[in-house]
Ligand binder design. Structure first.
Ligand code: SF4
Ligand code: SF4
Length: 265
């Protein structure tokens, strides 16, 4: 069970959120209504994706004060507490891309990427999406987002966007390791920009590390583990999704979750 000590709770959280959306649509539950870009909790609190709100504002629409407030709450939760945790604990696409990542490793589909693109490209896509929102007067990424497509497919039974979800899966599986979440997704990029500040971090203890590199094998952002085997420190990069997979597979107790203020080695 230790190998899945964070994976199981992550899946429970991701699937529970989906279930609440489904219940809202089919059974009239009023716990969570809306979607991953903007949701109303218990008919009281609005929680909005700050990146989606930025696109809406860039497109020239006015966001209500409750939407702006909801975006601020979400922004502060991730920036101050969890960094890019939306990706590993909330986003439904993570289930799809993790599956591709796992199948790729299990069947040794490819050790070298068929194409090599810089992980920085997602930040250009992020900027471009805001620019396109301004020019065309619409929230550009929301129109093509696989996250929205998957949500609509599961919650409303709409199959129209599933081709995009399938494309992401196939690219991740056969063409580019961690292609979508590790290279392209602008929402993941948005949270990475601010994730560095978060207080929950993975911490590496160099004294326990045997350089087995098991953590590199399971990490979709392996570049963030550059200190492993070299020094004791936090994984400081905002690209870390705080998924905890590296901690689960480390048999030497060299990685753990810690608060940024924890100065103990
Ligand atoms: S990178 Fe994008 S699709 Fe992947 S988990 Fe994060 S928000 Fe979801
Ligand atoms: S460093 Fe660990 S917690 Fe961060 S993304 Fe990689 S496997 Fe997940």
């Amino acid at each position: 069970m230790r190998k899945y000590q964070y994976l199981i709770p992550r899946r429970i959280v991701q699937l529970s959120i989906l279930l609440l959306f489904v219940g809202g649509n089919y059974f009239g539950w009023e716990i969570v209504r809306g979607n991953y870009s903007s949701a109303i909790i218990a008919d009281v609190l609005n929680l909005s994706d700050p990146y989606a709100v930025m696109q809406i504002v860039a497109a020239g629409f006015l966001a209500s004060s409750s939407v702006l407030f909801g975006a601020l709450i979400v922004f502060l939760i991730y920036v101050i507490i969890g960094g890019r945790m939306f990706c590993s604990w909330v986003c439904p696409m993570n289930i799809v891309t993790d599956l591709a990542f796992r199948l790729r490793r299990t069947f040794k589909i490819e050790t070298e990427n068929k194409i090599n693109i810089s992980r920085s490209i997602r930040f250009y896509i992020l900027g471009l999406s805001l620019l396109v929102s301004v020019v065309f007067g619409m929230a550009a990424f929301e129109v093509i987002s696989p996250i929205s497509m998957l949500h609509r497919a599961i919650v409303f039974g709409s199959g129209s966007g599933l081709a995009i979800v399938a494309l992401v899966f196939l690219v991740d599986l056969f063409i580019l390791k961690a292609g979508w979440c590790g290279h392209i997704c602008p929402l993941g990029a948005f949270y990475s920009v601010f994730g560095k500040q978060a207080i929950i971090k993975v911490k590496h203890n160099h004294n326990n590390c045997t350089n087995c590199m098991a953590c590199f094998d399971v990490c979709i952002e392996e570049q963030v583990l550059s200190i492993v085997g070299k020094e004791s420190d936090f994984i400081r990069s905002g690209a870390c999704t705080n998924c905890g997979r590296c901690i689960e597979v480390c048999d030497d107790n060299a990685l753990k979750y810690a608060l940024k203020f924890d100065l103990k080695k």
